[in-house]
Design a protein around this ligand. Structure first.
Ligand code: NAD
Ligand code: THR
Length: 343
């Protein structure tokens, strides 16, 4: 039997009903990306059709905004109950330890990023769910071409985060091939937002700079000034996810795509921020994250996503800086979130 034939095997009675809106569960939903995604998907599919979950106690705002449940991705039975009781049809799996925090606690990163992934993969197969798992520029390593980095090339990452993401890509593609699982994966660059603190990545300096510049007029950067990394504004990132998830199968020529919007260095974002805060002073003090950044792509080749399903970014560096600085200046909430965060 050819592999193509095996793909057709999906358990009868478990297929999605394409005429009704999807019922979506987001794991790890209280991190940097989850709340914004819930907001976007609720505006498209209805408030009650998007269930946010995490292991963190939610704020009143989160509870008011729509359904929120406790879900530990290490607890398979609880995940089964959630999927069955809520008639879930799509799963967006955000739970993870990011690159820098993963290196501080490798056993926990293995559990959350790899065992957790096994659970959602098996769950999605069992119940015929469409599964989205984000990957990252961190799925590449020093042996990969760095400028540009194509979709298919050498992947030998040097962090547990990167290793777990390569594992996720390969396992998802295998489940698609072997069991017909509708697995979809985008490799995101560093995501930049201002109202939700990031979870401990290597690219987070590009979030922190806005808060420090506005609050103190000073910024201490843990990467060298010439460290070029691919980046994306959160609005583009979440829109890409929503578009990719709703894309007809026939448009997809692969299950894992690179996407990006821009590539810049600390020196270049400082220049852009100084258009608004000319007196900003900056000190460069590279730490352990420099080694991680030096092993990652500088420029991401996302031409396949642009060709196959029409991916287009809207925000470049200056436009993104203009929006974030304006928003933080006029929204006390943004400043409150920033000062409460520990990066
Ligand atoms: N933010 C970025 O720049 C970026 C870039 C590329 C890929 N990604 C990927 O996107 C996803 C979301 O990223 P993020 O920035 O929101 O991450 P984050 O670190 O901000 O949030 C991760 C969430 O996972 C939760 N979590 C941890 N252990 C859990 C468990 N056992 N069960 C359930 N939840 C658990 C945490 O409580 C946290 O809210 C991750 O998979 C990440 O790898 C993010
Ligand atoms: C790039 C991405 O995966 C995350 N922001 C990190 O730096 O770990």
């Amino acid at each position: 039997m050819r592999f193509g034939q095996i793909r057709a095997v999906v358990q009868p009675g478990l297929r999605r009903f394409s005429s009704s809106p999807p019922r979506i569960l987001i794991t790890g939903g209280l991190g940097q990306l989850g709340r914004g995604l819930a907001h976007l998907l609720r505006s498209r599919y209805g408030k009650d059709n998007v269930i946010l979950s995490d292991i963190i106690r939610p704020s009143d705002d989160i509870v008011r905004a729509g359904p929120y449940v406790f879900a530990d991705v290490l607890d398979f039975k609880n995940l089964q109950e959630l999927v069955v009781n809520n008639r879930v049809t799509w799963l967006v799996h955000f739970s993870a330890l990011l690159s820098a925090v993963g290196e501080q606690n490798v056993p926990l990163a293995v559990r959350v990023n790899i065992e957790g992934l096994h659970n959602v993969m098996e769950l999605s197969k069992q119940y015929g769910l469409r599964l989205f798992v984000p990957s990252t520029i961190g799925a590449f390593g020093p042996e990969s071409p760095r400028n540009p980095t194509p979709d298919v090339t050498v992947q030998r990452p040097k962090t547990i985060y990167g290793v777990s993401k390569v594992h996720a890509e390969l396992l998802g593609e295998y489940y698609h091939h072997r069991f017909g699982l509708d697995f979809r994966c985008l490799r995101f660059p560093g995501v930049i937002s201002y109202d939700t603190p990031p979870g401990g990545g290597t690219t987070d300096y590009a979030v922190q700079i806005f808060h420090d510049a506005l609050r103190d007029g000073e910024f201490r950067c843990y990467l060298r000034e010439d460290t070029r990394l691919p980046m994306i504004y959160i609005e583009d990132c979440l829109r890409a996810l929503a578009e990719f998830m709703s894309c007809p199968e026939g448009m997809l020529r692969r299950r894992t795509y690179n996407i990006t919007a821009m590539s810049f260095t600390p020196e270049e974002i400082v220049r852009s921020v100084r258009r608004h805060i000319p007196d900003l002073t900056v000190k460069y003090a590279p730490d352990h994250r420099q080694q991680i950044a030096d092993s990652w792509p500088e420029v991401f080749d996302d031409s396949n996503a642009r060709r196959d399903w029409g991916w287009q970014h809207e925000y470049d560096l200056d436009r993104m800086c203009d929006i974030i600085i304006h928003a933080l200046r006029v929204t006390p909430e943004g400043k409150k979130t920033a000062s409460a965060s520990s990066f």
